[in-house]
Design a protein. Sequence first.
Length: 318
Amino acid sequence: MKNHVVSFLIVVAALVAGAAEARRRADPPPAPWGHPGPRAPQPPVQVIIKYVTRPDPPPAPPLEFGEDLARLWAVIRPDAELNRITAEFRRAWLSVAMPFLAGLVPRDVPRTVVYPFGGGDLVGALATFPDATDITTISLEPAGEAAAMFKGGGVGWRLAEVRKDIGFLLRQAFSRTEDMDEQIEEQIPAQLVYSLMALAVHGFEPVGLKYFRFAPNGEVKYWNEPDLKQQIHLGNTHVWDNMELRFRAPGEGAPERVHRHIYRDLSDNRFEKDPALLKFLQSKGPVSAMTKACSYLLWENGFSVIRKYLLDYSMWMI
């Protein structure tokens, strides 16, 4: 009887131990101290991502170079020698040419003027189209940085060069390419200076100056401060190529006019690589046109794009 009891107890103990082992295997191990332990099964989590678009910050405003312009005008306008040269030009050429041109140019021509190969000759454009409100000159010479005239304390000798070249320009009614190349090397903003002299000759005054480049669609894109600083830091020497000079007659209420000078090769090869200038010119609609220097290029095969533009868009040309 005693042996049966012992056997029964051994069997019970084995069953209890087996059940405990089964529970141990079924239950996860106890969590470490301080750990909350496993969580009960949760329903699947849905992750919702919502994209919030922010509007782009507005671009920085175009840079105005009014102070540099006023400083340059203050040097050029009262210069006694330049005033003597311009007075002689008015007497000897302007007083004869303008009445003749007034009888030649129809009164109803467009007041938007395009002047290819017209670097340095705003004075001629205003003599031919004195009522023009928008004048574009295009040549192989950049407009030039207004502040460059004063760099290195060289305004005196640069002004002496300007007197010499302006004298030749107004006596001969054309500008020499070699003179303009020399001015570029000497950091004289020749196209800007010539344009200011044209305003002085015709009795206008400058009111604003900006520099620009073209977007691919031909839109004018003015340089703003961050973009200009970045390009100068990168060594881009073409930021001063194209200028927009605004001017008006003296007195209150006189409407502003605009003169843009564009540095560009007008050959077909250049237009094929970059048609932005052509798109800009076409956006002007019907124009009046003129040309003097290099007008022979319009007959050459390599200048067919600008020739076709003038045939399609100029209502009257001299």
